[in-house]
Design a protein around this ligand. Structure first.
Ligand code: NAG
Length: 357
């Protein structure tokens, strides 16, 4: 009720500011419509922070490859969406209404175009196929099933085909038991040729190959599974051999703490070269997300930097990645990239020679 009142007031304020509105507004400026804002921004109000003024806020990080391409893959940070497939307002491909939480606002293609490069996907056997789904007790139902996973894999295929310098990571929460279920699907989606081979992944905490080398060899798709046996059986990397991750859900939102999630080695285990920071609640909430994706996210990556043995996250995973009070998750990615790539706290200040300007 309270939030509705806020929404009404926010709309009135939008109307009030209408006459001041021009176009190509910078971050933080008052806006009315998305198109009032500069590229890479949209117009929104963060009611969860009791802010009523709609402002241009960021939907895109600075693409690090726009400046520096020759570093090992583990020296970059990527915007990552939690449950990337669970789109607000989606209707199940079974035709059912979806009675499961939703975590994002736009399609995979739109996320890719906004610079999201890490995707967390939950995959299940369902309807004689592999589906993107939530579950109750490990089972996928019509009302928790979003769509066949191959649909979104084809979106990745189109993007990788069109954008020859981009590298994308898919992290699968893997419940697929059907024999070679994932392999068959990645083949069918035309993605096998892009897959970065497990044999080239560093096993003992070494640096990853350089980004430009991955691009040159066209090995531009990293896929990780939560199912350990698939590394030997299908050549799909077992996530916990290569990555540490902090606790997800409410446990990951606690100020000043960055414990590892149960499946992960401790955050400071440097035999794993990649670091992923989760920052989203147990129960996804489109209203509260703008607050969680703002100052507390920046705090969280700094806390996790210390917990991970002074390593900035390679992946920053959030719900509703476009929502914030201004800089949001894109800014957090810029902070991580600034520190990783040139040692300044803001990637905007990094120069092409890798120095801090
Ligand atoms: C689930 O959806 C499928 C179509 O994909 C339909 O054939 C089936 O009857 C549905 N099951 C239930 C229980 O509604």
């Amino acid at each position: 009720m309270f939030q509705r009142l806020f929404l009404l007031i926010a709309l009135l304020i939008q109307a009030f500011f209408f006459f001041e509105i021009s176009f190509a507004l910078k971050e933080g400026k008052t806006c009315l419509l998305n198109k009032n804002c500069d590229a890479g921004l949209h117009c929104e109000t963060c009611l969860a922070k009791n802010e009523l003024r709609p402002r241009c806020s960021r939907t895109q990080p600075i693409n690090p490859i726009s400046k520096v391409k020759g570093l090992p893959f583990n020296k970059y940070s990527w915007l990552t969406t939690h449950n990337s497939f669970a789109r607000l307002g989606a209707i199940s491909s079974t035709g059912s209404l979806i009675l499961a939480p939703t975590n994002q606002q736009d399609s995979i293609t739109s996320q890719l175009n906004n610079g999201v490069r890490g995707f967390m996907l939950d995959m299940y056997d369902f309807e004689n196929d592999v589906w993107l789904c939530h579950s109750f007790g490990g089972t996928c139902f019509n009302f928790t099933a979003f769509q066949p996973a191959i649909n979104v894999l084809r979106e990745f295929q189109v993007f990788l085909e069109k954008n020859k310098e981009e590298v994308v990571t898919i992290i699968i929460e893997d419940y697929v038991k059907s024999p070679k279920g994932l392999t068959k699907m990645f083949n069918a989606a035309g993605l096998q040729k892009f897959m970065f081979p497990v044999t080239r992944m560093p096993k003992n905490g070494g640096d990853w190959p350089r980004l430009d080398d991955m691009v040159q060899k066209n090995q531009r798709l990293l896929v990780f599974t939560s199912a350990s046996r698939k590394e030997a059986n299908e050549g799909i990397a077992y996530q916990w051999n290569y990555m540490v991750e902090n606790q997800y859900g409410d446990g990951g939102l606690k100020v000043g703490a960055c414990p590892n999630r149960a499946e992960s080695k401790p955050m400071n285990d440097k035999s794993k070269s990649l670091v992923l920071v989760n920052h989203f609640p147990d129960t996804a909430d489109v209203i509260v997300a703008c607050k969680q994706n703002s100052a507390s996210l920046l705090e969280s990556i700094k806390t996790c930097y210390q917990a991970a043995g002074q390593r900035w996250p390679n992946f920053i995973a959030v719900d509703f990645y476009k929502r914030s009070d201004g800089g949001g998750a894109p800014q957090a990615v810029d902070v991580a990239n600034g520190n990783l790539i040139c040692g300044c706290d803001n990637f905007a200040a990094c120069k092409v020679d890798g120095k801090c300007g």
